[in-house]
Design a protein around this ligand. Structure first.
Ligand code: AMO
Length: 445
């Protein structure tokens, strides 16, 4: 009987390993990204998981005979010799002198768009999204989501290193956590349930178990409008921490996490940052401003007449972003103490002024990327707030177990991964930084 012992033997090397194999014969596997036929030789650019590798074919150093079936997007195994040289700036460059090409698979058809340029030129976003499985093969598109991987990885790594436990909350829920009309209703064997708007109720419950928890997972918002910053499904990076001294502990933890993420990107995602020309923000400290002071600033300094004194519109966020950059030299700005009427039922009111809350948003280059704050931990206080919000506490019996049976002072936040990526890249539409976006008009691919 054959047995599988988990020993993985690789017969190929990555481009990063080329420097260790200078002058040696190696194998690589990948897609043919481009073929450039020259007189007497040809460049075959091979796209591997993260790189594009220049391979050179010339009959003088290869007994291989060119196969006319070779074409773009053919999957191949290439055997060749690693050859190094220096470019004009003195940097070491590597290429592969082809000795043999084995065709592993051939595409059935030619691609409907050109993907082998540096970026997708003159292709509308809707087409890029319609063709995501292949448009993402373009090195620039691919880099976007590698950077996004780095952000989520940094969030997870940093919190794990700081004693947080990773949790999994259900996405089919008995009630909404965030209020509002943007909730998807679901028929669950004849019963009405809802798709999770956030892991809020569960991350709070689990503070009662693990004290510090986090989750990176999809959440659902039935957004009725088509905007450049709203998705119907997005990835929420949440954490919740117990035994806090004040809601500033949460903001400090977020700044620590953001510093970690930016540093990780700079060290391990340099290639992608270069491809995307990303300007990684320097974070030393993040300024804060109270909500009402921000409103006053908008009115006095920018002569902006707000429509809504309980929240910001996108233009106000943009102005605050400009103010933070120009006057405070920061890409980030915490706005704290939002009005009680605009924050969800679980938010703790400020004891010094109960019309406002111990909550905050974080703006990044003029866009809200985070909401967070301290939560109510006292049972009676939470029940009273629910009643005040017109909710039925009985419906939330399982949520209230936390409060009834003992909850520490606690709080947390949620960061929209796609929004953070969007403003890191300077993209105009959140769909550009969403692998397979779901919006009011799109559920495919
Ligand atoms: P909130 O509803 O403000 O707070 O969401 C937190 C963050 O999620 C992102 N976000 C979105 N991203 C894309 N499309 C959307 N439709 C969308 N809606 C929100 C934003 C936002 O800042 N439970 C609280 C968080 C907490 O207090 O812990 C919550 O979900 O970046």
């Amino acid at each position: 009987m054959d047995k599988i012992c988990g020993k993985v033997i690789s017969d190929t090397i990555s481009f990063a390993e080329f420097k260790d194999y200078d002058g040696q014969i190696v194998n690589i596997k990948g897609y043919i990204h481009r073929i450039r036929e020259m007189t007497g030789f040809a460049f075959v650019i091979v796209r591997t998981s993260r790189d594009t590798i220049q391979c050179v074919y010339a009959p003088e150093f290869s007994s291989y005979r060119w196969d006319d079936r070779l074409c773009e997007e053919a999957c191949v195994k290439i055997t060749g010799k690693v050859v190094s040289s220096q470019d004009a700036k003195g940097n070491q460059r590597f290429e592969l002198q082809i000795h043999d090409i084995e065709i592993l698979s051939l595409p059935a058809e030619g691609l409907p768009i050109v993907i082998n340029k540096k970026q997708l030129d003159n292709i509308q976003l809707s087409t890029v999204l319609d063709l995501r499985p292949i448009s993402m093969r373009n090195p620039k598109e691919r880099a976007i989501f590698k950077v996004q991987e780095g952000i989520a990885r940094g969030f997870r790594e940093c919190l794990m290193q700081n004693g947080f436990t990773e949790i999994r909350s259900p996405k089919i829920n008995f009630a909404g956590a965030e209020g509002g009309t943007n909730i998807f209703k679901l028929d669950y064997f004849g019963k009405q349930v809802y798709l999770a708007q956030s892991p809020q109720l569960y991350k709070q419950a689990l503070v009662g178990v693990y004290q510090k928890v986090f989750e990176v997972a999809p959440v659902f918002r039935a957004e009725h409008h088509d905007t450049s910053r709203h998705l119907n499904e997005y990835t929420s990076m949440d954490f919740e921490m117990g035994f806090i001294n004040s809601f500033e502990d949460i903001m400090n933890t977020e700044v620590m996490v953001l510093k970690y993420i930016m540093n990780l990107l700079k060290t391990e995602y340099k290639e992608e940052l270069d491809i995307l020309h990303i300007d990684v923000p320097e974070i030393t400290e993040v300024p804060t401003i109270k909500f009402m002071d921000a409103k006053e600033l908008l009115m006095k300094k920018f002569k902006y007449q707000p429509q809504d004194m309980k929240d910001f519109d996108p233009a106000e966020e943009e102005l605050l972003g400009k103010y933070a950059k120009k006057e405070l030299n920061s890409d980030f700005l915490f706005v704290t103490h939002y009005p009680s009427k605009k924050r969800p039922f679980y938010t703790m009111d400020d004891p010094a002024d109960p019309d406002y809350t111990l909550s905050f948003d974080l703006l990044f280059r003029g866009l809200e990327i985070t909401s967070g704050g301290q939560r109510i931990h006292d049972y009676n206080e939470q029940v009273a707030k629910m009643v005040k919000c017109g909710m039925d506490p009985e419906q939330f019996e399982t949520y209230l177990m936390l409060h009834k049976y003992g909850a520490p002072p606690h709080g947390g936040l949620g960061i929209g991964l796609e929004r953070l990526t969007m403003h890191l890249l300077g993209a105009k539409n959140v769909r550009e930084t969403t692998m397979f976006p779901r919006d009011i008009n799109r559920v495919t691919p």
